[in-house]
Ligand binder design. Sequence first.
Ligand SMILES: Nc1nc2c(ncn2[C@@H]2O[C@H](COP(=O)(O)OP(=O)(O)OP(=O)(O)O)[C@@H](O)[C@H]2O)c(=O)[nH]1
Ligand SMILES: [Mg+2]
Length: 272
Amino acid sequence: MGSKISIVSPVSQTTRLIIRAVARTPEAEVIYLDTPGIHRPLFQMNREMVRLAREALHEVDLAVLLIEGPEGLGPGDTYTTRLLAEARPPAFLVINKIDAMRKADLLPLMKEASRLHPWEEIFPCSALTGDGCEELAAAIRKRLPVGGALFPEDFLTDLPTRLSLGEQIREQVLLRTREEIPHATAVLVDEIERNERGDYRVAATLFVDRESQKGILIGHQGEMLKAIGQAARLEMASYLEAPVHLSLWVKVKRRWRDDPTVLRLLGIAMRE
Ligand SMILES: Nc1nc2c(ncn2[C@@H]2O[C@H](COP(=O)(O)OP(=O)(O)OP(=O)(O)O)[C@@H](O)[C@H]2O)c(=O)[nH]1
Ligand SMILES: [Mg+2]
């Protein structure tokens, strides 16, 4: 896309909603959908996430399943390919993170993967080094139906600013905390205001599931929350191209992952 749209972290289930973004070349407009990963859902939030990903399979011209090369294939991938076979979009398999695996392991993995599903093509790549990425993008462009552009030329993503700023805060939570905190935290942006000098004032609430998680997120003398806020504020300032004043609050909201109102506000449930 040429700019950062989706947040990235080592924690699984980082992506919780569908984010559409447009990549353009002189001859093509590719609309990419970043979906949540297919996983075993334990909460309503996770059931909604998997539902979003499954529904997307019916909406696209091409599905691209990413697996991690160093992990190889597991039972989860068998389940996902079953969903692919049901929805029947043409599908590519991407074996990512080849920078972190032995070269000798790649060919056997590609062979094993080709028995799993009738892939149109299989691409080994590394998003980190860029190895194989342009080949993948070019093959995706080749699969596009012929037609005019669907979006105006300055349209980049359908992720609204309010959700995008929330994601930028959540990314810092994911990068700085561990264990249950990343999965138990939601960020809701309550207010975005701009003053006459062009500075933004953003206020957001971080929801956690339990009192003990609130303590961890705030940290000793508020240090954790301060670090999260400082880093998120820098991200936001570059995204909004203006200075940002950010206030963060942490609230315990028990079982928020099963609360339809919260899920709707987060853009996870029933966002159209
Ligand atoms: N070594 C290596 N790490 C990578 C590569 N691509 C992504 N990563 C790392 O893998 C982790 C997961 O990346 P994400 O983009 O959050 O993963 P995702 O597939 O979107 O997963 P979810 O959103 O959690 O479902 C991050 O820590 C990335 O930095 C790669 O090619 N090589
Ligand atoms: Mg993601």
